[in-house]
Design a protein around this ligand. Structure first.
Ligand code: HEC
Length: 320
């Protein structure tokens, strides 16, 4: 499945919360939390009863997916992927980030079934597997825009998306659970909580260092905004190989070109025009980067150019 641009996903998600007001028909005696999510009772893999809004959502930052334990194709991969993401998020799991995997086969998926499934994937704190009444789970699925379409098999055709939400601010996005785990973790962290919101840390020495791909914003930006068209040191792709570009071009030109390639070409900047002609007249997109993004990206490109030959990396490190 082609990956949507970040902006498209954010836009799609912004629509979700405001537009997905669905009349309730399937569950009785529903109490509404924050006027949108049903506060239906659910059972965890440990047999504990919890309420969807009050216990799982209210005040939390959450990642939600839908699985069933008898699933032979996408769910095991999805769960294994989330387990990788859980390890990357480390101590934040269960502190300010919570994962919830809902069974879409709640009759067969008893708490005991879910518990043994969770154990197979070594899931840790902050990750609940939930079952409940079929109608209630169906309602949760619909409220999150994850219901099966009429023509689909409600089990086998379920979506493999993760719904990532900051419940208090009402912001939700959808991400593929099959993405690179470093990328998913970065999405969750960036989306759910900026760095100022990390919770109390007694001393900076307690903070675990983050992998370069996540902690170096320049690398992250390159990976998410540029790497589809450019490599660094691995040859031309849709656009030119960018190895050496910070040495071969003036910094001012480079900054202007990355920020406003369309304007540079429109103004007939000679170098921009000749690159445009050389690369099949595909216009490098104006990605609306702000000054901080530009600084981080240029810092990343410069650091790549300063590495000994052959060591620049345009790709994120392989998934753990
Ligand atoms: C959709 C493909 C695409 C994306 C995404 C893209 N570029 Fe480009 N880029 C190009 C093309 C094509 C060119 C050649 C110039 C042209 O045709 O406009 C180019 C040219 C460049 C150049 C000039 C290279 C030189 O030799 O001077 C730089 C620098 C550059 N891109 C950086 C970036 C950065 C940084 C990003 C991410 C923020 C990015 N590009 C995203 C397609 C893309």
């Amino acid at each position: 499945m082609p990956r949507k641009s970040l902006a498209a996903r954010v836009a799609a998600a912004a629509v979700l919360v405001s537009a997905a007001i669905i009349p309730v028909t399937s569950a009785s005696a529903v109490t509404w939390g924050a006027n949108y999510f049903p506060n239906v009772p659910l059972t965890t893999q440990d047999g504990k009863t919890v309420h969807f809004f009050d216990d799982l959502l209210k005040g939390k930052k959450v990642v939600i997916n839908f699985i069933y334990t008898k699933c032979g194709d996408s769910c095991p991969l999805e769960t294994a992927r989330m387990a990788q993401v859980q390890r990357i998020l480390g101590a934040r799991m269960g502190r300010d980030i919570f994962f919830y995997s809902f069974s879409i086969d709640p009759v067969r998926d008893t708490p005991a079934e879910l518990k043994s499934y969770a154990q197979k994937f070594h899931t840790g704190p902050g990750w609940l597997f939930l079952t409940g009444k079929k109608a209630d789970i169906e309602l949760i699925r619909r409220k999150l825009g994850q219901q099966a379409r009429a023509e689909d098999n409600e089990l086998t055709d379920h979506s493999t998306s993760l719904m990532i939400g900051n419940v208090d601010s009402g912001e939700w996005i959808k991400d593929s659970s099959l993405d690179n785990p470093q990328y998913i973790a970065a999405m969750i962290r960036d989306w759910l909580s900026d760095y100022s919101n990390q919770g109390p840390v007694k001393s900076y020495t307690e903070a675990t260092p983050l992998p370069e791909y996540v902690s170096n914003t320049g690398a992250y930006l390159f990976q998410t905004r540029c790497a589809a068209c450019h490599t660094i040191g691995q040859g031309d792709s849709v656009g030119p190989d960018l190895l050496g570009v910070t040495k071969n071009r003036k910094r001012e030109w480079l900054t202007n070109f990355i920020a406003l390639p369309n304007v540079m070409i429109a103004k007939k900047d000679p170098l921009a025009v000749s690159l445009y002609a050389r690369y099949n007249q595909l216009l490098m997109p104006n990605l609306r980067l702000n000054d901080v993004d530009l600084k981080n990206l240029l810092g990343f490109l410069e650091a790549q150019d300063a590495l000994p030959r052959g060591q620049a990396k345009a790709e994120a490190p392989a998934a753990r």
